[in-house]
Ligand binder design. Sequence first.
Ligand code: HEC
Length: 158
Amino acid sequence: MRKGEKLIIGLMVASVAVLAVVKISKHEEGEDPGIPFYSTASQELTSSASQLMRDNRCKECHSLWATKDMTIAVPAPALDGMGMFRDEEWLYSYFSAKVPQDMLSTRLKPQYRMPSYSYLSDQERRDLAAYIASLKVEDWYLEETNKARQEKLTGKKL
Ligand code: HEC
């Protein structure tokens, strides 16, 4: 290869690299569609359910609004968007079940499984169910959210 040819090839490689960087940074700036998760719950329900979730340590195993207790790493599905997959009635039955695994099977050791919340009062289980059912995700992120959820439930990469 002659010196001139090397120079031309070098210039071509460099310009492709520059174009790629410009394209990536444009994509990052211009097309951010925002946070896909939201809740339709009232202020009142949000605050009572949040208190219940703190008291009952849901975030030791589940993430919500991308926050989680980092000391424990249980592969439980994220609660963000859960209201797209489970309705209020199902959730109420699930939180009331003596053995939640009769309703949704598990792949985990007993200490990591979904605990029974049947000891909570009826009102508390209803509030939790109503709040979790209010957790939604925008359509454009629905498939991604369900995929992540299935991966946690089955332990298989989809
Ligand atoms: C010890 C860990 C742990 C705690 C604490 C916990 N969960 Fe779970 N949860 C799980 C696991 C793991 C699953 C998946 C089913 C299984 O393996 O038993 C699950 C399943 C669920 C599901 C169904 C998920 C789906 O994809 O259908 C919901 C809803 C849920 N949990 C809500 C809660 C709420 C609300 C709390 C607090 C009141 C809570 N969990 C506390 C571990 C936990």
